[in-house]
Ligand binder design. Structure first.
Ligand code: IVH
Length: 672
């Protein structure tokens, strides 16, 4: 039976498109479409070729791993090809994989090593007599690029192995990644320098590693995890993947702390769910997990099929990036008057939910990324983070797209919009005259961590402002049950509940009240420090900027903002009205900082903590008078080391700074 022209044309078209995206991804480090879309194209081609094997040609993208390397780096031929992994998306596919492997091995159950699938780029490191002599990218799997000078700059890659019983020739493989925190910092620096930002940590890692000038690489926060051995000569290797990783660690190579040995398909799937749950707390991106048959002898028995091993499979998470159409750009006005451009999207399922709106951050970002109304865009939703538009797919740009212009009048109140020099955001100058800002200010005031007014939801606040029933937060305390009961979707009972909640909220604390006022630059932590420093509201209201700057962590910008707020007659009047309405709090006995148990001590936190986020840890330490710094120096008193610590732990070790593991840290908090 001959294949129809339509199918032949589709196959040709798919190959061209995949080749183009391969080139963008591998050679240019500038992919235009998300991996999920690429996978779909490849899967479609694979399916068509499976149905019509006579169409398969050696140069089809299904028949090789990647694209040709750039000419600027020397070529490296891999003695053992660097292969790829087959993907599984559903549990069923993992079960099929396991069943096939069991059948071939004729065993009842297989032990696997389960590993996170790190979202970086594969690298080969060659050690001769324990000395790093070459680093190479994977390239197309057969030939990669010599990036020795660059890998030498990565802290987590040892230039010399430790111990002595390693093979004379050892080729280690692993993943070069950029941490999420390192990525955020890098992009901030790029923005400050008015240079191009990276779309995600993977692109940033790839772009950093493939720099012809290794000094640039050295300035980038790259790290490395080893996960395999390519070549080993004159030396004994362990008998299982799990032990092999332990051996690599002994030789000084970093392996991922989440790696576990599991039994059977049940163990694999449990691992998958545990890692999926933990994913957002890890400081690096992963796009799934990898199951590898643990026994190396069994691996050898299973072997390879075309480009991937039969003894391993990548179990991928739902994509966090998808493509959709940007229908319109609207402008939202925040509590502080900041105007945020928001993308209205054709609904798209990404990161496990349907997304219709995504932030575009600010005008500069839109211009830098050249995103236009009508574009096809890539939307990213990672964990509980607000979805964002990452980039436009320029190759799919239709005719008639429109550039976005920030309005010069506030879309809510019509006041003038200004943008201060050195500030990325445009702001409405309407202040509390602007209904949008008033609504946000009131919602913030009522929030759980502020005045904690239960039942006063966003919808109700909006109605109250729209119907001119409240002008400022103090007006809330004048609302009657009868008035509230009139509102949409309210009854006598819920109205009564809100009045009760308002009554209850009157007894508050000074830190909460300060935070609730919504002073710019004053978050919960600063509110607490201010309260502890001054003890009562009048002292804060009358403090000079210099007096405010004497407070720990209050700099000139924050001090100015606080002083400005209390100088404003309108704000003073609202505070007076609130006190009049009966809002009250106990004053705080001022405890001089040196009396706090950790006063004068400086801490640095590195790695991931099990029991709390880094922010929470910082807050706890500060409450006890400690100072938390971002970098280790001789002045550091303690480094708190969580899981997968960064180079800070090594630096602390080198400087002889005391280190606390999580247990010791919790103990310190408890005892202080
Ligand atoms: S093992 C023959 N283990 O995934 C098996 N790969 O799709 C070779 N990757 O090129 C790879 N984490 O860049 C392996 N724990 C892990 C991995 C991992 C990420 C990447 C690697 C590789 C690609 C294969």
């Amino acid at each position: 039976m001959s294949v129809s022209t339509a199918i032949k044309q589709r196959v040709t078209k798919l190959r061209e498109e995949i080749n183009h995206h391969n080139y963008l991804y591998y050679v240019q480090d500038a992919p235009e479409i998300p991996d999920s879309e690429y996978d779909r194209l490849l899967r479609e081609l694979q399916q068509l070729e499976q149905q019509h094997p006579e169409l398969i040609v050696p140069e089809s993208p299904t028949q090789r791993v990647g694209a040709t390397p750039l000419s600027e780096f020397a070529e490296v031929r891999h003695r053992v090809p660097m292969l790829s992994l087959n993907n599984a998306f559903e549990a069923q596919e993992v079960e099929d994989f396991d069943r096939r492997a069991r059948d071939r091995l004729a065993v009842k159950e297989i032990v696997y090593t389960a590993e996170p699938k790190l979202d970086g780029l594969a690298i080969s490191l060659l050690y001769e007599d324990g000395v790093l002599v070459r680093g190479a990218t994977r390239g197309d799997g057969a030939t990669g690029e010599d990036v020795t000078q660059n890998v030498r700059t990565i802290d987590s890659i040892p230039l010399k192995l430790v111990g002595r019983n390693f093979p004379r020739v050892l080729e280690v493989r692993g993943e070069v990644i950029m941490t999420k925190s390192g990525f955020e910092k890098l992009n901030q620096t790029q923005r400050d320098k008015d240079e191009k930002t990276f779309a995600n940590p993977r692109n940033a890692a790839a772009g950093s590693l493939r720099q012809l000038d290794s000094r640039i690489t050295a300035a980038r926060p790259l790290s490395f995890y080893a996960y395999a051995v390519g070549v080993a000569e004159d030396g004994e290797l362990a008998k299982t993947q799990f032990q092999l990783l332990a051996q690599l660690r002994q030789w000084g190579l970093r392996t991922n702390p989440e790696i576990k040995r599991v039994k059977g398909v049940r163990g694999c799937l449990d691992y998958y769910h545990a890692i999926a749950e933990k994913r957002n707390r890890l400081d690096y991106d992963i796009d799934g997990v990898v199951y590898k048959v643990d026994e190396l002898a069994q691996q050898a028995q299973l072997g390879f099929v075309s480009r991937a091993p039969r003894w391993a499979v990548a179990h991928k998470f739902a994509a966090q990036e998808e493509m959709t159409k940007l229908v319109a750009i609207e402008v939202q006005v925040g509590r502080t008057g900041a105007l945020t451009p928001v993308a209205r999207l054709e609904p798209v399922f990404v990161g496990g939910v349907t997304v219709t709106n995504a932030t575009l951050h600010n005008q500069d970002e839109i211009e830098r990324k050249d995103i236009r109304i009508g574009d096809t865009v890539i939307v990213r939703r990672a964990g509980d983070v607000i979805p964002e538009v990452v980039s436009a797919v320029v190759s799919r740009r239709p005719k008639g797209t429109k550039k976005f212009v920030m309005p010069d009048k506030c879309p809510v109140c019509g006041s003038e919009v200004i943008r201060l020099e050195n500030e990325a955001v445009a702001r409405c100058t309407g202040g509390l005259f602007c209904a949008a800002q008033r609504k946000q200010a009131i919602k913030h005031f009522a929030a759980r961590r502020a005045m904690d007014i239960e039942g006063l939801g966003d919808k109700l606040v909006e109605q109250l402002v729209d119907q001119d029933m409240i002008h400022d937060v103090a007006d809330l305390y004048k609302l009657s049950v009868a008035e509230l009961a009139e509102m949409e979707r309210m009854g006598e009972k819920s109205a009564q509940n809100i009045v009760d909640a308002l009554e209850k909220s009157k007894a508050t604390t000074l830190p909460r009240f300060l935070f609730a006022l919504g002073i710019r630059q004053v978050g919960e932590t600063t509110a607490r420090t201010l309260a502890q420093h001054f003890g009562n509201l009048d002292a804060i209201m009358h403090a000079s900027e210099a007096g405010l700057e004497a407070v720990q962590d209050v700099g000139p910008v924050v001090a100015e903002s606080i002083a400005h707020f209390f100088h404003e007659p309108h704000n003073r009047k609202v505070i007076q009205k609130l006190r009049h309405a009966g809002v009250h709090w106990p004053d705080i006995e001022v405890s001089p900082a040196q009396e706090l148990p950790l006063a004068g001590k400086t801490f640095v936190i590195t790695g991931t903590l099990e029991s709390m986020s880094r922010d929470e840890a910082k807050e706890k330490l500060e409450q006890l008078g400690g100072k938390v710094s971002g970098s280790v120096s001789k002045k550091t008193d303690y480094v708190i080391v969580g899981e997968s610590p960064g180079s800070k732990a090594a630096k602390a070790e080198a400087l002889g700074v005391a280190m606390l593991d999580e247990q010791a840290f919790l103990k310190l908090l408890g005892h202080s």
